[in-house]
Design a protein around this ligand. Structure first.
Ligand code: GLC
Length: 652
């Protein structure tokens, strides 16, 4: 049962697609504080809080302050409050009670979950306008399922997007891309996608190609397709200000860019230097920007990633001028401690400067609205622009799309990647812990930058991260400029990487079937153990996951480990894979076990009464044959597993 309560006069977000009548009475479970600015809930000792999507810290969100305020912050350390996403759904549960809460409001929202007081959960938001949905159900999974039904079906990518993808900021020329493809081929590591980061564009202008380094682009796209590789270009939120650039000129002429109070287009800066931001919240501007993807679709492109759409702002022209003016005051002076730090703060906080988000306005649903009031909808609507356009421009075939910034509702138009992580062991754990939380909020096609985006990776981290990444729907190795290169063929253990990536392809019939079942039935793909097992121990396991109906994962995420402790809530069959056709099996009893997992081994636990199908991996997705399948069973018959098959590309 879902009840909707409206506080104040909320700005609609279009995240809920099902009509829910307003409920009578006051919001259950919560009280509204005296100033009428906060909702609070007394937490019981055993209450656990799961959800909130892409946030820092563990699976159980108790003990921190999370702020939904989409932020371009690449340092995802545990002291941070905000990441790139706002996914305001969570479930409270204990042995005695369970309910879900969705706080639907497009501005900043704070979730103080046992931060100020251990046993208190407080939700606050600036204008105190929101739709609050309370979901009651028989179990956590039932609550999540009901919630997912009202927000609409999750985005389904083409099947090839479940292959392995290699990315780098940036492959600078077509020849460099060819070399990556060649090296993967020589190494015998399957590869389905190569990502084009910003340098494929002419001066970072969206929907352009730098012909000097990517000549005859359509032919190049075709050449790579013949080799089984899809090229996936990035699209950024900012449109370069440049005379003669059609997107800029049309946007100015039609008034499609966000404007300041005085009606002038906001001038901000991102990769291209000075840019205007399209007003993705304005229906007409959204349709206009969406149609621009046609430029690349017409050249044979069938997948994209949308970036910098919080939006990230390096600086705005106005703020930069303010800073320059203030710097004048410091010039030639002997800076004392106070003025030195003030000066340092001034210069160091130019990018993503909070005041800048109050300098511009949207035309949203017939109203002029200041950006900060709808901030968390910006990336969502950029991806919606693409998703809605793809329905028009590619009515039959699915197009790959994922975004950095998100809000619930965007899950209908694309997936997400988990932003600019680092090559840190803690970020491998964060990747593991975020998977179920984003699934709860409808995001199924997701994955983190494998190996880590920022900082230099190490071979052992890359091995362990790839060993986990083979299970995530988006399976992409990506790294930043100036960091150590991360292409798998560059490392000593090429045979191990080959075995891991091939195992991914062997798992495709299972992963695709489970993904499709989850998408079509509003279910989760990754679950914490306690969503299915009621014992007290399962409730505290933060580093194991159920994936689909048949398997449990226990990834190794610490350096120099040769194995790990694994908790089995029931008897399961351990399958210790070295390759898809080289593994040992052992039925293990419920309880705690230390399980060996060397750097070349991947642990999979097949649940009792379940079956894991395995295909024979060939070169790429085109070659995975769903008819030639073997089965690993734990007290079950192979026929009991229901494979999902389709042509992998028609829209559903
Ligand atoms: C942003 C993206 C990253 C990309 C870089 C350059 O930091 O998150 O993935 O490589 O921009 O485009």
């Amino acid at each position: 049962m879902i009840r909707k309560f409206t506080i104040g006069n909320p700005i609609p977000t279009d995240s809920v697609v099902k009509e829910i009548p307003a409920a009578e009475g006051s919001i259950p479970y919560f009280s509204i504080n005296d100033e009428g600015k906060e909702l609070s809930l007394a937490l019981e000792k055993n209450d656990k809080i799961f959800g909130l999507g892409e946030t820092v810290r563990g699976m159980n969100k108790r003990g921190w302050l999370y702020i939904s305020n989409n932020s371009d912050d690449p340092n995802h350390t545990e002291n941070k409050n905000s990441l790139y996403a706002s996914q305001n759904f969570f479930v409270v549960f204990s042995g005695d009670r369970q309910f879900g809460v969705y706080v639907d409001t497009p501005g900043k929202v704070s979730f103080d979950i046992g931060y100020t007081k251990l046993d208190k959960l407080t939700v606050s938001f600036e204008d105190f306008d929101a739709d609050i949905y309370i979901v009651d159900g028989e179990s956590v999974l039932d609550i999540v399922g009901q919630f997912r039904q009202i927000i609409g079906r999750s985005y389904i990518p083409p099947k090839w997007a479940f292959g392995f993808g290699q990315s780098r900021w940036s492959y600078m020329t077509a020849d460099e891309v060819r070399e990556v493809a060649d090296k993967y081929q020589e190494a015998g590591i399957p590869l389905d996608m190569i990502y084009l980061d910003i340098d494929y564009m002419e001066r970072y202008k969206d929907f352009t190609i730098d012909e000097s380094v990517f000549p005859k682009f359509p032919e190049f796209v075709e050449e790579m397709r013949k080799r089984g590789i899809h090229l996936v270009p990035i699209i950024d939120a900012g449109v370069k200000i440049e005379e003669g650039y059609d997107v800029y000129e049309e946007g100015v002429e039609k008034g499609y860019f966000v404007k300041k109070e005085n009606g002038e287009n906001l001038v901000a800066a991102v990769w291209p230097g000075k840019v205007h931001f399209p007003d993705f919240l304005n229906d007409e501007a959204r349709a206009w920007f969406g149609n621009k993807y046609k430029v690349l679709l017409d050249q044979g492109i069938d997948g994209f990633w949308n970036d910098m759409n919080e939006p990230a702002i390096f600086y705005t022209q106005d703020h930069l001028e303010e800073v320059f003016d203030q710097i004048e005051d410091y010039k030639g002076k002997n800076l004392d401690v106070k003025s030195f730090f003030a000066f340092k703060d001034l210069v160091g906080s130019i990018d993503n400067y909070p005041e800048d988000y109050r300098r511009f306005y949207h035309e949203y649903k017939g109203r002029k609205i200041r950006h900060d009031k709808v901030h968390n909808l910006f990336g969502y609507n950029m991806t919606r622009a693409a998703g809605e356009a793809f329905e028009r421009l590619s009515p039959d075939k699915r197009i790959l799309m994922f975004s950095r910034s998100s809000y619930i509702g965007m899950h209908r138009y694309g997936g997400i990647w988990h932003g600019d992580n680092h090559s840190w062991w803690s970020h491998l754990l964060l990747n593991i812990q975020q998977m179920p939380a984003v699934n709860m909020c409808g995001f199924l096609y997701t994955g983190a930058d494998i190996g880590g985006f920022g900082s230099d990776t190490t071979e052992d981290l890359l091995l362990r991260w790839t060993a986990f990444g083979i299970f995530t729907p988006l399976f992409r190795n990506h790294s930043a400029m100036y960091t150590r290169r991360q292409e798998l063929y560059l490392y000593e253990n090429v045979p191990v990487f080959r075995n891991f990536v091939r195992l991914r392809y062997a798992l495709i019939p299972y992963l695709y079937s489970e993904f499709m079942k989850a998408a079509l039935n509003d279910r989760m793909l990754f679950k914490p153990l306690c969503f299915e097992y009621n014992d007290d121990r399962s409730a505290c396991v933060e580093d194991q996951l159920l994936l689909g109906e048949s398997i449990m994962l226990a990834p190794v995420y610490t350096q120099n480990a040769e194995g790990r402790y694994v908790y089995l809530p029931e008897d399961m069959k351990l399958v210790r894979f070295r390759a898809f056709d080289d593994y040992d099996e052992e039925v293990m009893s419920a309880g705690d076990h230390y399980v060996r997992a060397r750097l070349d081994e991947i642990l999979v636990f097949v649940r009792k009464g379940h079956v894991l199908p395995l295909a024979k991996p060939e070169k790429g997705m085109d070659a995975v044959d769903a008819s030639d399948i073997s089965f690993i069973c734990c007290d079950a018959e192979p026929e009991s597993y229901e494979l999902y098959t389709d042509d992998g590309e028609s829209r559903i």
